[in-house]
Design a protein around this ligand. Structure first.
Ligand code: PMP
Length: 407
């Protein structure tokens, strides 16, 4: 017998796994990371802006001086030291003790992604409906699809999710909607922010229908013009699970995020997380705790804001100067992404191989809709490439689009 087999294991998978397909973004990363390609496709923070030597020394001390705890197992909810620090971070956005936030109701997760997975484990049965912005975060779509839920998208405009669209989607779901999943601030991928006035209206609608709100807020502190509107959780204490992460304000490689949950929900979240991972990494938690207690983390957020503001401006200027007529795009006040709408007749997914050949990458809009629509859009990232590369990337992209239009 050799090791070869004809079995492709198809009939052995669980039903929920059979419909799983690889994300377009992951497939693209392989080509987009080649050095000759200008990648506007990723979502990577500009880690070189961190004081890496100082972070390295801190990590060394974490092992040599605190190794008996930082290299040991920990508790499922996460260390109390980190949960207290997380409450300080949330207080920056107005989520503080006066709104009922407490370290006791924080659950530390393996990035924002595990936070989403725990939410799905707790609340979604197969066939349940999730209401989400259209477009929405691709990683959330993967989690909801794995839970065999149906995602119903609702329209946004420059002011974020449209309240009337939420009302209509709730009515249409006829009681099967389990929660609203929303990224109100510097939305991924659309780059838009829900206005104060709409925040209140959307909260009122959810309250009236007893619809749970999952507020995903990785980008709220990365504002380029003043402070962003206060999170939904800073306005109401009930009916909201607030999710965030250190991936964009510190470092995604550490994989540390969190959930602030209603007290009644917190214990089930911890049980679900223990079944999933036993406990979050003690070392990664120690690193974030040390970072927040011994290093100028507020200053670092300012540095990220400045770097990204300059790059956002470079992208917006390049788009205005170079894009073919009929192209439109959003103007994000923070975060990492611009959402572009292509001239009539262009298809971002079909165009992708030609773009790669022209050494530029983006994410086709289709990745951000559960139903595969969005071919007329693309997501452009500005946090990673320096301004000159961004401009070169847009120049290449505009060239490809002009060719497509001439075909
Ligand atoms: N939610 C949103 C809206 C995101 O954009 C991301 C990261 N791209 C995540 C969650 C996941 O974050 P993490 O890297 O911390 O898992």
């Amino acid at each position: 017998m050799t090791g070869t087999t004809q079995d492709d294991y198809t009939d052995r998978y669980a039903r929920r796994v059979r419909g799983m397909t690889t994300s377009e973004i992951r497939a693209l990363f392989a080509v987009a990371s080649r050095p000759e390609v200008v990648s506007l496709a990723g979502g990577s923070p500009y880690i070189a802006a961190l004081p890496l030597d100082a972070v390295g020394e801190m990590m060394g001390r974490l092992a040599s001086e605190l190794g008996t705890t930082s290299l040991q197992y920990g508790i499922g909810q996460g260390t109390i030291e980190l949960r207290e620090r997380i409450c300080e971070v949330m207080a920056l956005s107005g989520i503080d003790a006066s709104t009922g936030a407490s370290p006791d109701d924080v659950v530390v997760t393996v990035g924002g992604q595990q936070a989403l997975d725990l939410v799905a484990r707790l609340f979604l049965d197969p066939g349940d409906v999730v209401l989400a912005e259209g477009p929405t975060y691709v990683g959330a779509l993967g989690v909801f699809q794995a839970a065999q839920a149906q995602v119903r998208h609702m329209a946004m405009d420059a002011d974020g999710l449209i309240p009337e669209a939420l009302e209509a989607a709730i009515a249409e779901a006829g009681g099967r909607a389990k929660f609203l999943y929303t990224i109100p601030t510097f939305q991924n991928p659309a780059g838009v922010t829900l206005t104060d006035e709409r925040r209140e209206r959307i909260l009122d609608i959810c309250e009236r229908h007893r619809l749970l709100v999952i507020e995903d807020d990785p980008y709220g502190t990365l504002s380029f013009e003043g402070e962003a509107p206060r999170p939904l959780r800073a306005r109401r204490r009930d009916g909201i699970l607030y999710l965030s992460t250190f991936s964009k304000t510190f470092a995604p490689g550490l994989r540390v995020g969190w959930i602030l949950a209603p007290h009644a929900v917190r214990e089930k979240l911890v049980m679900a997380s223990e079944a999933n991972i036993l406990c979050p990494s003690a070392f990664a938690q120690g690193a974030v705790t040390q970072y927040l207690s011994t290093m100028p983390w507020r200053q670092q957020i300012k540095t990220y804001r400045e770097v990204y503001r300059e790059r956002r401006d470079a992208l917006l200027d390049a788009l205005a100067d170079l894009m073919p007529a009929g192209t439109t795009w959003t103007r994000p006040g923070g975060g990492l992404f611009v959402w572009a709408t292509l001239p009539e007749g262009l298809d971002s997914k079909a165009m992708m191989p030609r773009a790669i050949a022209a050494r530029v990458a983006y994410v086709p809009g289709t990745g951000f809709y559960a139903d595969g629509t969005g071919g007329g859009n693309m997501r452009l990232n500005f946090s990673f490439p320096p301004p000159s590369r961004i401009r070169e990337g847009v120049r290449r992209l505009a060239g490809v689009m002009e060719q497509e239009l001439a075909m």
